[in-house]
Design a binder for this molecule. Structure first.
Ligand SMILES: Nc1ncnc2c1ncn2[C@@H]1O[C@H](COP(=O)(O)OP(=O)(O)OP(=O)(O)O)[C@@H](O)[C@H]1O
Ligand SMILES: [Mg+2]
Length: 325
């Protein structure tokens, strides 16, 4: 397995409190694999991504678990070891990708410098590779030496993808690569990433609020809530035949190509407060199906289908859309 995350927990110190933003999360990613990390704002998606890159804010730390990249534990690695891994093994497109570009430096120079910092290549080869990537992400190579302000939002997004790929990483983490774009541009970026995966032999972790967009692009999905993975498995099994009330609500709250807009439903209530989590299932206060047990006892993650794990006391009974539609 290329990447195996085992029982990862991340804590933030805030004043005297310790907040657990990622709680006992496990998933794996194979070669040329793709995983979608979905869930509402604040559920811990970016924190999980930052933990993988060891880029947590200074008040955050990995308190438990392992991040095995080809068997080497990044959670326990030294700063020097991590530096070697970034860009070349794991590369990230940050959530605020538009600001990832330096406004006063030509985009091409930014890409070329990143490459030459990590690989011993001539300037000529670096330019050629950058030009190739530019064309591959859909920008004319003649625009390589322009400044970020000369690019539209969608082009900047594509340039940031080229930047993230220039060192040929094995894993690309794309944190909400599309929020700043309109719906059509969003789909295009997701399709682009899925297309690049084949050509570049990369594995992708795609982070998004939009479960149906991610399900189309990724082999598997992990649905997060309150720092935990509530349901995970093959995309189709999670999207269509969900067993968790949260997944079910999330699917219902996003537009899909397959259902009319009028069926969109907001999930009542807000994201949980990490400083005041319920004793039982974190979703129980908002769950339409919650019983007394749910507020009292934390459910374990268990296999409910061949290709799926679910963390709900009533997962089997709540097999939504049993017939797949
Ligand atoms: N440096 C920090 N100090 C304290 N709490 C933090 C810090 N960074 C993140 N958090 C908290 O951790 C939780 C998870 O945040 P995270 O940014 O990972 O969510 P997310 O799923 O990426 O949300 P979004 O979809 O809005 O990007 C939130 O409750 C957030 O407030
Ligand atoms: Mg985020």
């Amino acid at each position: 397995m290329l990447l195996e995350v085992k029982n990862l927990s991340v804590d933030f110190k805030v004043g005297r409190q310790t907040l657990r933003a990622v709680n006992n999360v496990s998933f794996s990613l194979g070669e040329r694999d793709s995983l979608g990390l979905v869930g509402e704002s604040g559920c811990g998606k970016s924190t999980t991504a930052f933990a993988l890159m060891r880029l947590l804010a200074s008040n955050g730390s990995i308190s438990e678990g392992q991040i095995l990249l080809n068997g080497v534990d990044l959670a326990a690695a030294s700063y020097d070891e991590i530096r070697k891994v970034r860009w070349k093994d794991i590369s990230i497109i940050f959530q605020n990708a538009m600001t990832a570009l330096n406004p006063v430096q030509k985009i091409g120079d930014q890409i070329i410098n990143a490459l030459r910092e990590h690989e011993d290549v001539s300037k000529k080869e670096a330019i050629e590779r950058a030009e190739y990537l530019f064309e591959r992400v859909g920008i004319a190579k003649s625009r390589l030496m322009q400044y970020p302000h000369e690019f539209s939002g969608g082009m900047k997004q594509r340039a940031v993808i080229a930047l993230a790929l220039i060192c040929s990483p094995k894993i690309l983490i794309a944190d909400e690569p599309t929020t700043a774009l309109d719906v059509v541009a969003q789909r295009q970026v997701i399709e682009l990433l899925a297309g690049l995966q084949d050509e570049f032999n990369i594995s992708i972790v795609m982070i998004s609020h939009d479960i149906s967009a991610v399900a189309e692009a990724c082999r598997s999905i992990a649905v997060m809530y309150g720092g935990e993975i509530m349901e995970q498995g093959r995309s189709k099994d999670v999207l269509i035949q969900n067993n968790h009330p949260y997944t079910h609500a999330l699917v219902g709250s996003f537009p899909s190509l397959h259902k009319p807009l009028s069926t969109l439903a907001q999930i009542p209530g807000g994201a949980p407060n990490l400083a005041d989590m319920p004793a039982g299932c974190p979703f129980s206060p908002r769950c339409a199906y919650a019983a007394e047990l749910c507020g009292r006892e934390k459910p374990d993650s268990r296999r409910v289908r061949l290709n799926k794990l679910c963390k709900c006391h009533y997962a089997e009974e709540l097999d939504f859309n049993k017939k797949g539609g």
